[in-house]
Design a protein around this ligand. Sequence first.
Ligand SMILES: *Cc1c(COP(=O)(O)O)cnc(C)c1O
Length: 388
Amino acid sequence: MTYKSHIETLAIHAGQEPDSATGAVITPIYQTSTYIQSEVGVLKGFDYSRTANPTRLALEQCLAALEGLELDQPTYGLAFSSGMAAIDTLLRLIKPGEHVLVSNDVYGGTYRLFERVLKEFGILFSYVDIGDPNQVEKNLREETRLVWLETPTNPLLKIADIAEILRRVKLFSPQILVAVDNTFASPYLQQPLAQGADFVIHSTTKYIGGHSDVIGGAIISKEAKHYEQLKFLQNSIGAVPGIMDCWLTLRGIKTLALRMERHSENAAKVSKFLNEHPAVDHVIYPGLVNHAGHLVAKKQMKMFGGMVSIILKGGENAARKMVEATRIFSLAESLGGVESLIEIPAVMTHASVAGSPLEVPAGLVRLSVGIESVDDLIADLDQALSTL
Ligand SMILES: *Cc1c(COP(=O)(O)O)cnc(C)c1O
């Protein structure tokens, strides 16, 4: 079978050949830590499951294929026990005294890792509005080694022009690496490696897994050299996912295309409904023409994704009332699962950035629009807003 297929096909087949030992169509759960040696040092490709495991390898190959890499050997995908573990491992490529330029609307946990853990080891971090490529360019330094992009961002859904930023960064210095956290878009909607990024990272906990039942992360590298360095780090640090988690993630991936289509369609309709509702002051959704990044999003994304943020006219009090009044949208952190979730970032997902430059507006409400009937979702929001 050739893997020069479409992403819908890759999601179901890449890395997932029927099991050669038994013919099992679905990748088996190789729940084993070690592998027999017929003679000293003679193995069938696996020796210890921190280093490599067949179920994890299937996931890693599939993730690399989804991000547009050819499925050759070795594959350039690596799976981790969480998105944060993936980010931490990638940052080990950066040395003390080197500088990392970061989106000023980066995921709160990423900010915490950079500011409260890695800064102590002498890595320099600074933050800019990546919605403006000029800002990125102006803040590059002699010692800059990595540019960290997230697009769309969380929870303000800002859009970075990946191709334009890459062009300017590589012009400044080809040595500077660019990583894109592609968690919000998923490879179905956006493929940063094709635009020239060196790394894509994912919290596979979100859209890739898609069912809110597993925590995981991934790094996909464009170049073999980086893959080899990161593979060494993955094995040395050991923040690898459990086998069952790999299997669950692979199972979720099979429907990625269908889910992302529905998430995007539902979010478009929900954002339109909210945009016209008298209790709503402002809707942030890259699919709306009034969104500052709409044209860039249209250029680099297939659809606009499932995340919508709103500011209510009634501010913080109205926000609290609304999120407690929904019946289908569950009040919970996280995103990207089949079920709809609603939350207040300032006191929930983004509480750790309070008082920092990343602080989010107190009255902001974030919706992760699921794949339920959009009529039911809109009716639910309508009744919740009617309580205000
Ligand atoms: C959730 C998330 C992470 C962290 O991933 P975990 O799997 O929770 O460790 C990183 N980046 C973004 C954009 C996220 O949404």
